[in-house]
Write a protein that binds this ligand. Structure first.
Ligand SMILES: Cc1cc2nc3c(=O)[nH]c(=O)nc-3n(C[C@H](O)[C@H](O)[C@H](O)COP(=O)(O)OP(=O)(O)OC[C@H]3O[C@@H](n4cnc5c(N)ncnc54)[C@H](O)[C@@H]3O)c2cc1C
Length: 393
């Protein structure tokens, strides 16, 4: 029997496996893919803070970001510019492989082509069922880490509740014409309720994407066509990838002999849909709690509840503020977005907010609260009378 079985060899699963194996536990990682990191549907933007905290290898970094252009629907532009690298664009496939390699070097065993179809949590262990074509295999372990991405069916029926809100992301790799800075488009016409992006990864290539609650492929085709018309990309005849992104956390992320991490747990920034950094942070917390529980032999839900307490202490408030901000943004019209752009520019808030070297790339809650603290902006938002109500589940 293994100490831990990790379902999913994405960033969150591999990092949990790396930490657990490094602490001397016998770990197996199961992934349904035939090759880790293939295919992936992710822009791979992670902060400098994430790169440094998790010692991400230079070899997987495609590009560095120090300037970002934010556009409203009328073309109103805020340019966020710093001297130093603020974020890195990683090759997501290579990142997954690198993290898996690290876990393997610590002794974790990877078994690919292993779609897990069922999980039984019993008093003396966990039984995880792999369904491979004609073959059915059972892996037994003392604990299970579910890191299978958003919408993992495995956890339904375990009393963990569900993730109540999500969007569908779309992305394509395109040839670009003269684009050397990341561009983000805040336009309800272009990407209703969210935003669209154009992220250069090499002098002639970029990732174009958006995320939406519905009609994603329609808006993605429209986005590609309009970027082509603007002369920013060379062709719009590209097949995008699509993948769902959770916007709110799972009601409960632990149980007897079980923890849930990463997208499966909804540990994603609701402002941007970025989940790599928070997933890694939470996987780290999960591994420390599992280590303590495995050492003590107490694998009860109560013993593992510390995992949820700790990750919520670290990112819970951030997720809440950003979720409210997201819901508020969804109700803005293009005219109102444009007005907010104008206020930010006219009052030099741009300078204060975006050029202050201490502003963190990942932690948006403080920026949001800081923005709302500006009378001019909060007054204008009040005057807009935006119908806004949060459903508290
Ligand atoms: C278009 C788009 C752009 C994005 N851009 C960014 C970005 O720039 N920065 C950022 O931080 N985040 C971004 N994200 C989000 C990011 O991709 C996720 O937050 C991240 O991949 C979550 O990591 P994870 O390890 O939790 O899950 P995943 O990366 O989804 O890994 C889950 C793994 O589990 C495996 N698996 C699933 N089910 C099973 C099963 N039943 N049995 C066995 N294996 C299984 C899968 O094959 C996969 O390898 C983006 C998402 C989208 C859709």
């Amino acid at each position: 029997m293994y100490d831990a079985v990790v379902v999913g060899g994405g960033p969150a699963g591999s990092y949990a496996a790396y930490k657990l194996a490094g602490m001397g536990h016998d770990v197996i990682v199961l992934d349904k893919k035939e090759k880790l990191g293939e295919p992936v549907c992710c822009t791979g933007i992670i902060s400098k803070e994430c790169v440094d905290s998790f010692a991400i290898d230079n070899s997987v970094i495609l590009n560095q970001v120090s300037n970002i252009k934010l556009f409203s629907s009328t073309g109103n532009l805020i340019r966020f510019s710093r001297q130093n690298t603020q974020a890195c664009i990683v090759d997501r496939g290579a990142l997954d492989k690198m993290l898996a390699e690290r876990a393997q070097n610590e002794g974790a065993k990877y078994v690919l082509n292993s779609p897990v179809s069922d999980m039984k949590i019993e008093n003396n262990g966990v039984k995880v069922k792999i369904n491979r074509q004609e073959e059915e295999l059972i892996v037994e372990a003392r604990v299970v880490v579910v890191a299978a991405g958003f919408g993992a069916r495995l956890i339904s029926g375990l009393g963990l509740g569900k993730i109540n809100d999500f969007i569908m992301g779309a992305q394509a790799t395109v040839e670009t014409v003269g684009i050397d800075e990341t561009e983000v488009y805040f336009s309800q016409e272009r990407a209703p309720g969210f935003f669209a992006w154009l992220v250069p990864i090499s002098p002639a290539t970029a990732l174009v994407g958006l995320a939406l609650h519905s009609s994603t492929s329609f808006y993605m085709r429209k986005l590609l066509a309009s970027l082509l018309e603007e002369g920013k990309i060379a062709s719009d005849k590209i097949k995008p990838c699509y993948r769902a992104i959770p916007l709110s956390p799972l009601s409960r992320t632990y149980g007897q002999r079980l923890v849930v991490v990463g997208d499966s747990a909804g540990q994603v920034k609701p402002t941007t849909g970025g989940g790599v950094y928070f997933g890694l942070l939470c996987a780290d917390i999960a591994a420390s709690n599992l280590h303590r529980a495995l050492e003590s032999g107490d694998l009860s839900a109560k013993s593992l509840s510390g995992y949820e307490r700790e990750w919520k202490k670290l990112i819970g408030r951030e997720l809440k503020i950003c979720y409210y901000a997201r819901k508020f943004y969804e109700r803005l019209s293009d005219k109102q977005i444009d007005r907010i752009f104008n206020i930010i520019k006219s009052r030099d808030l741009e300078e204060v907010l975006f050029k202050d070297n201490d502003l963190p790339f990942d932690w948006h809650g403080e920026i949001i609260l800081k923005l709302l603290g500006y009378k001019m902006l909060s007054g204008a938002i009040k005057a807009m009378k935006i119908p806004f109500r949060i459903r508290r589940d």
